[in-house]
Design a protein around this ligand. Structure first.
Ligand code: PMV
Length: 354
């Protein structure tokens, strides 16, 4: 097959982990399984234009390299290029046609730039989907399952958590005894029915600190090597995922809250107890956590928080309490956000071909 030129366009969402991925082995193999909600509104939209190089270019050894231009919101973006170059090097073994084409990668996010929301998961997933569309054009016989699994595998090689952004609504990544479909190589849709309590589950992201990440996730994962609590933590992730499997079936929100908040604090505890050590929460992160606990105690409304490797707070709650929780957020939490900024999101379905 020969596919000369054209373009694809995919959107891929961000995701928020409930059981956290923190620590990895070579080749982006996770040290423990994780599970996440795929988000709906926080997305990257990427257009991939491709044009086959002419034979003399393709055969010219010095020119025989990856060839791509990168546009972010329509403008050339040189500082993202090394990350993409590294990604292409890692995935070339899976996509041997990459050096036959010149690519133009044109990408934008639906969430504000440098909002402190990591775009690596949505960005790498969107690019991986586009590259798989080209592979499918070259090999039209591939199955849908193969397409999505390989897309997730490629996304994983860009950024580990990106492999959970290909599908929705609840995605598991990493071998786990109780989910036979699970894999260290790619994310899979949670394979059992999920209780209606989690339908349209809401995630309001409070932007506490929009500054550059203090600790890159690459360094963070590395800190789990030789970490005094690593082995116990990896075992705990298995236990917590096992409990969540039962909770997704029962719909028990009190139990859900315990696991999810404990996972968030454990992630931060790992960073506080590594060498070197980091505190990634800000004073307002703690103000928000305490306000959520007080509100939950007083109202019995099942709202909880989770955190990424940063100061922002994800507020999670079922749809049927949205009105009360949003009122609480507006009255009591917005004051702790940088410039009063927050983003309303909810559980979503994964990547979409546009
Ligand atoms: O995908 P990475 O390498 O940026 O790691 C992300 C790790 C956390 O966001 C902190 C946890 C997770 O499981 O998403």
């Amino acid at each position: 097959h020969s596919v000369e030129s054209g373009f694809f366009q995919w959107s891929a969402p961000s995701n928020i982990a409930l059981v956290k991925y923190w620590g990895k082995k070579d080749n982006q193999i996770p040290a423990n399984p994780s599970v996440s909600f795929t988000l709906n509104n926080c997305k990257t939209i990427t257009k991939l234009a491709f044009a086959k190089k002419n034979i003399s270019t393709a055969l010219n050894v010095t020119a025989n390299n990856f060839s791509f231009d990168l546009l972010f919101e329509g403008q050339p973006k040189e500082d993202f290029k090394p990350k993409i170059q590294k990604f292409l090097e890692r995935i070339e073994i899976y996509l041997p046609f990459l050096k036959d084409y010149h690519f133009t990668i044109d990408t934008e996010n639906t969430f504000p730039h440098s909002s402190g929301i990591a775009s690596s998961a949505s960005g790498m997933a969107a690019l991986a989907m586009n590259l798989m569309s080209l592979e499918k054009a070259l090999n039209p016989e591939m199955t849908e399952d193969y397409f999505y699994q390989k897309a997730s595998l490629l996304a994983r090689l860009g950024s580990g958590s990106a492999c959970r952004s290909v599908k929705g609504q609840v995605v598991v990544w990493g071998n786990h005894a109780n989910i036979s479909e699970s894999s260290d190589l790619f994310g899979v849709e949670f394979p059992r029915a999920i209780h209606a309590n989690f339908t349209n589950f809401q995630d309001t992201i409070l932007l506490v600190d929009k500054g550059e990440k203090q600790v890159s996730s690459t360094l963070g994962h590395d800190l789990m090597h030789n970490h005094p609590f690593a082995e116990r933590r990896f075992a705990q992730a298995h236990e917590n995922l096992n409990q969540l499997i039962a909770i997704f079936e029962s719909g028990n929100l009190d139990e859900f809250i315990k696991i999810v908040e404990s996972e968030a604090l454990t992630l931060h505890a790992m960073m506080m107890t590594s060498m070197p050590y980091f505190i990634l929460m800000k004073p307002n992160t703690l103000e928000i956590i305490n306000a959520i606990w007080k509100f939950r105690n007083e109202t019995k409304i099942p709202v909880c928080f989770t955190l990424d490797a940063g100061a922002n707070v994800h507020v999670l709650y079922p749809e049927n309490v949205s009105e009360k929780v949003l009122q609480f957020i507006q009255n009591e939490l917005v004051g702790y956000c940088q410039n009063g900024q927050y983003i309303c999101d909810k559980i979503g379905n994964g990547a979409v071909l546009i």
